[in-house]
Design a protein around this ligand. Structure first.
Ligand SMILES: NC(=O)c1ccc[n+]([C@@H]2O[C@H](COP(=O)([O-])OP(=O)(O)OC[C@H]3O[C@@H](n4cnc5c(N)ncnc54)[C@H](O)[C@@H]3O)[C@@H](O)[C@H]2O)c1
Length: 418
């Protein structure tokens, strides 16, 4: 059997754990990882060392394409650079798998859709959030019509002060790199909503604030490693305490100056930590979406209102509290994972959400990899996502950013066809 030749561009935490390691470890029967590409040679060296495999590594994407001749390029760099690799890979005749968000601006969305049409090559977007047990349960129940026709939805995303803070330490904290959390993070949720509702978005209105992080504190250093306040700061990140953080970031930083532990209370932060978004879909469905990046717990609360009732899930299953030494710890909450269905004029009932073996993103990463790397598998829940899904989800975020700037609602059609 001829194996598919994959090249990975962007060998950071996600590139290693989501793609490089599983390709070598779990998909060797169908896949060859023929090249790594990153602007930081030290990080690539750390990755090859951890893979235990001498994979050809390139700092030049052109040289990589020329020498390694991949069939598929996997794009896992900083969000604001995805488009350059997607466009060039398509032009060179490769297929593309890109991490979310597909890109960060409307112009780049249009360029990717256009290049895909011109080259006939395919872009797939790694929307792992479609593969979670709760996401699948919601999709199935909505399709079964348990609440009739969906009329509106509400989605609240809570990021805790560990996960949430991480977006304010490094490149994500600049809109030019990530598009802000309304693109970088919410692209998952907008895609889920588009998929659950099975319609394209039409109009977006958004408000946002940098309310908690950013230059809110007097006492702060440039980075945790050398910070005089580290003993008292609840946001202190110790890069030396974790093997992955040490090998992939701390020991690689002299090559590109990428500090993984910048202060979350810095001046240069220009993304929002608080978002409120309204979306109207082409089929009339209305969505209210909110994101909070400094919550005392992690999770989501999602609900759908239909002609025959309401369906909702509460995925908050932890809280933050001090341990005996006064340090912040995450405590699990013993809440059953269920979808609650409240039929109009009927008795409410619950549907259990399948318990899955632990794994990255609740096992979702392993499931999407099967779809990405094994061709021909069935797709009964329509989870495979291409460039259109990537575009629709990014454009809600782009429209939201524009709406925050202007105070006006923004039409998705105007971004697609300016
Ligand atoms: N689907 C998910 O659940 C999920 C989770 C985490 C990250 N991601 C996505 O994965 C991507 C990588 O995130 P990460 O957390 O690994 O970030 P990271 O900063 O750890 O890694 C990014 C890598 O890209 C490299 N890079 C940056 N700009 C580059 C350029 N112009 N050319 C070549 N290499 C460049 C960096 O050197 C680094 O090695 C992002 O797009 C992010 O949104 C997705």
């Amino acid at each position: 059997m001829v194996k598919t030749r994959y090249a990975l561009v962007g060998t950071g935490g996600r590139g290693f754990s989501m793609f490089a390691r599983p390709l070598v470890r779990d998909f060797a029967d169908v896949a060859d990882l023929v090249a790594l590409c990153d602007r930081n040679p030290k990080r690539m060296a750390a990755v090859t060392q951890r893979l235990g495999r001498d994979i050809p590594s390139f700092t030049s994407f052109e040289e990589m394409l020329e020498e390694a001749r991949p069939d598929v390029v996997i794009v896992c760099t900083m969000d604001g650079t995805h488009h350059a690799y997607i466009l060039r890979a398509l032009e060179a005749g490769c297929e593309v798998i890109t991490e979310k968000p597909m890109t960060t601006t409307a112009e780049r969305v249009r360029a990717i859709l256009d290049m895909e049409r011109r080259t006939g090559r395919r872009v797939r977007v790694s929307f792992n959030a479609r593969y979670g047990a709760a996401a699948e349960a919601i999709y199935r129940l909505l399709r079964q019509g348990v609440i009739g026709e969906v009329l509106s939805a509400d989605f609240v995303e809570y990021l805790n002060t560990s996960h949430g803070a991480d977006y304010f330490r490094r490149w994500h904290r600049r809109k030019e790199n990530s598009g802000g959390l309304i693109i970088h993070k919410a692209t998952h949720h907008f895609d889920q909503l588009n998929w659950w509702i099975s319609a394209d978005p039409e109009l977006v209105y958004a408000q946002g604030r940098l309310a908690f992080y950013g230059p809110k504190r007097e006492a702060r250093g440039e980075r945790c490693l050398t910070c005089p306040h580290k003993a008292h700061c609840a946001f202190y990140l110790d890069l030396t305490a974790n093997e992955t953080l040490r090998a992939l970031y701390l020991e690689a930083e002299e090559a590109d100056g990428y500090w993984r532990d910048r202060c979350v209370f810095a001046e240069e932060i220009d993304i929002e930590d608080t978002l409120a978004v309204i979306i109207r879909y082409q089929n009339g469905v209305l969505v209210t979406y909110a994101l909070n990046a400094f919550a005392p717990f992690e999770g989501q609360r999602i609900g759908f209102n239909g002609t025959q009732g309401r369906l909702e899930v509460d995925l908050v299953n932890e809280y933050h509290g001090p341990d005996e030494a006064g340090r912040v710890r995450v405590y699990p909450l013993d809440v059953p994972a269920v979808v609650r269905v409240n039929p109009l004029f009927g008795h409410p009932y619950t549907v259990p959400i399948e318990a899955r073996e632990a794994g990255e993103h609740g096992g979702a990463d392993a499931r999407i990899r099967e779809h990405l790397f094994r061709e021909g598998l069935p797709d009964p829940l329509s989870q495979r996502a291409g460039s259109w899904a990537g575009a629709m989800s990014v454009l809600i975020g782009v429209a939201g950013n524009l709406s925050m700037e202007t105070g006006q609602p923004v039409r998705i059609g105007d971004l697609l066809n300016p």
